[in-house]
Design a protein around this ligand. Sequence first.
Ligand SMILES: NC(=O)c1ccc[n+]([C@@H]2O[C@H](COP(=O)([O-])OP(=O)(O)OC[C@H]3O[C@@H](n4cnc5c(N)ncnc54)[C@H](O)[C@@H]3O)[C@@H](O)[C@H]2O)c1
Ligand SMILES: [Zn+2]
Ligand SMILES: [Zn+2]
Length: 356
Amino acid sequence: MKALVFQGPGQTSWQDVPDPDLKDAADAVIRVDAVTICGTDLHIIKGDVPEVTPGTVLGHEAVGEVVEVGSEVRTVRPGDRVLVSCIAACGRCVFCRENRYGQCRGGGGWVLGHLIDGTQAEYVRVPFADLSVHPLPGAVTSEDAVLLADIFPTGYEVGVLNGRVRPGDTVVVVGAGPIGLATIATAQLYSPGRIIAVDLAESRLQAARDMGADATVGADEGPEALVEDLTEGLGADVVVEAVGVPEAFEQCTRMVRPGGHVANVGVHGRPAALHLEELWIKDVTITTGLVDTHSTPMLLRMMAAGRLPAASAMVTHRFELGQMEEAYDVFARATDTGALKVVLGGPRHDEVSVPA
Ligand SMILES: NC(=O)c1ccc[n+]([C@@H]2O[C@H](COP(=O)([O-])OP(=O)(O)OC[C@H]3O[C@@H](n4cnc5c(N)ncnc54)[C@H](O)[C@@H]3O)[C@@H](O)[C@H]2O)c1
Ligand SMILES: [Zn+2]
Ligand SMILES: [Zn+2]
């Protein structure tokens, strides 16, 4: 089969590799029908995730059809259409028993496209299939469903739930990339009073308004002053960091009100300053987290019911699976191309409509 293989920092190739086989009785092999690229894949290619070794197939988000299952798999069968979650779960370890699948100690967690071969391929082997793939309701298209493999559960669990968004709250989301936009979309499930999006790129602020943000402001145009004005000097109830740089995290801690929550979602490669000399007196809660994807079944039900209408607006570019290198190029140059999510359809896809 063909797959996108990481060859070391700065190098990938779309090339022939052996078809994946079942390695364990709990595995399934999935034919990939829709797959997307994540900002984290770009971090890997840059060399920021050194545990990814050359030769690994990238990708941790996909929709496809089950072609083969091991003898222990009970919940899916060949022919089933499934969502492949970015997080696998053994279901047995102490963390899986607490729904903290991201922290799985039994061989799950974020393994696809990281520690084992991933989804940017014609076929993928998924470990612990019973807990790591989700059968898809017919009403959900592959293109929409693939957004639930990572970005929607991440924005919802690590942003909205950790940030404890409540009705009437002022919610600030710093960073309006796919993760920030998914946070904006799912925060609305809790009827906040207003959502303010902060980013450096005007195209991303426009996307935030399209996704339901009430106000937007450039990160370098004084978001602190705007939040202060809008909240009569109190600060925001919830501030979500969806960038992953120290400046953004520090800005979040300047915008939160006493008693408020700062939910960090961004993946940080450098230390950020924690200004305890200012924060200690404010009763502030700061959370961190890797997505667990425990919310994926709920998000799928909402999507099937038409309650996540904005999701598909996030797909800006569509490609055939074989155009992987072109898709990476468009995604990596998001500022020029306006790319948010690029979706690639496999040879047997029926719902990713690739323009001729
Ligand atoms: N915690 C998790 O489980 C988890 C899961 C997936 C992704 N992530 C992380 O979430 C972050 C966001 O992901 P994404 O795919 O949306 O990334 P992205 O790069 O597409 O979006 C980041 C956005 O932040 C903006 N930005 C950059 N510097 C800024 C600044 N100083 N202030 C305000 N905005 C700024 C950019 O213009 C961009 O729109 C990344 O760090 C990613 O690795 C975390
Ligand atoms: Zn991802
Ligand atoms: Zn586990």
